[in-house]
Ligand binder design. Sequence first.
Ligand code: COA
Length: 328
Amino acid sequence: MIGIIKGTGACLPEKEVDNNELARIMDTSDEWIRERTGIIRRHLISGETTVSMSARAAERALENAGVAAEDIDMILVSTVSSNVVLPSTACAVQELIGASRAVCFDLNAACTGFLFALNTAQAYFHAGVVGKVLIIGAESLSNLVNWADRGTAILFGDGAGAAVLVAGEGEFPQLVMQSNGTKGDVLTCSSPFDRGKDSPVKADMAASQGETYIQMNGQEVFKFAVRQVPKCIEELLEKCDKRPEDIDLFVLHQANARIMEGIAKRLKTDISKFPMNLMEYGNTSSASIPILLDELHRSGRLKKGMKLVLAGFGAGLSWGATYMEWDA
Ligand code: COA
């Protein structure tokens, strides 16, 4: 048994902030941001939360799949930026959508999170212990961004995407998943609970809150993405006995248009096979792949039988790719 995506959904915050608006609060310009990243605008929370966006995306995915919330066996949420720590975002979603039978937990693999959640769900399908799974990638990265740091603040956006998987016949999907913690320092965000050597009981609570923002060595992350992602996709294609020209679409984490172009070039594949929506949403971390899948699905670009490669990459460092044939 494998999990087959039968429905998708997304939720973007209403508030849109374009590059010109950012240029009014920091030393940057629309031209610089577009040239270096491809991003034109992003949606930022203003009233919405990671939980509320997750629940909305989930409801849309369930409706799209024709599956009732009560029939879901498992909810997996990938996030690094939830408004809740306890209970998990997945449990909070369970309550909001009424998925009373589901077992729920969260997963943190940064921008690779949706892909790892998808693969985790597939392992449960393969083991025969689930029949219907809801996976969600959701982020409110605007809460983790230092708005005084133009090197990172221009990149990220908020949003959520979801997919409903239903058990069907098929072989376990080919996949590649990798992590390298020794290079973790190129993209970090410390926790407000990191109180250093002090015991939390004795720590000065005010001082311990510290600055817990995303910090990044942009050039190192860029190099990592354009080197590792094509290698990983090539490894995946070899496992599937396929070549890049056999693939209809490469649905990649939406970080940066130049990264996408670099990956396409290394795979000697036309960029038109790499759909992009980062212009509208920026980098929404683990939400980017399901938001893109939802757009492709609802616009009719995904057709039954299409051969897809999904690939994610990001903090950890972590990266991975999965092959699937579209069957919604
Ligand atoms: N607006 C204007 N100038 C900016 C700027 C901004 N938003 N951010 C940085 N700069 C400046 C720098 O200060 C630097 O100025 P200097 O030459 O006077 O020192 C100059 O632009 C070049 O900075 P640099 O960091 O070398 O730019 P870059 O070409 O590497 O582009 C990124 C920066 C962040 C766009 C690029 O490195 C990148 O996209 N990296 C990958 C990031 C990513 O995708 N992370 C998430 C992965 S999941």
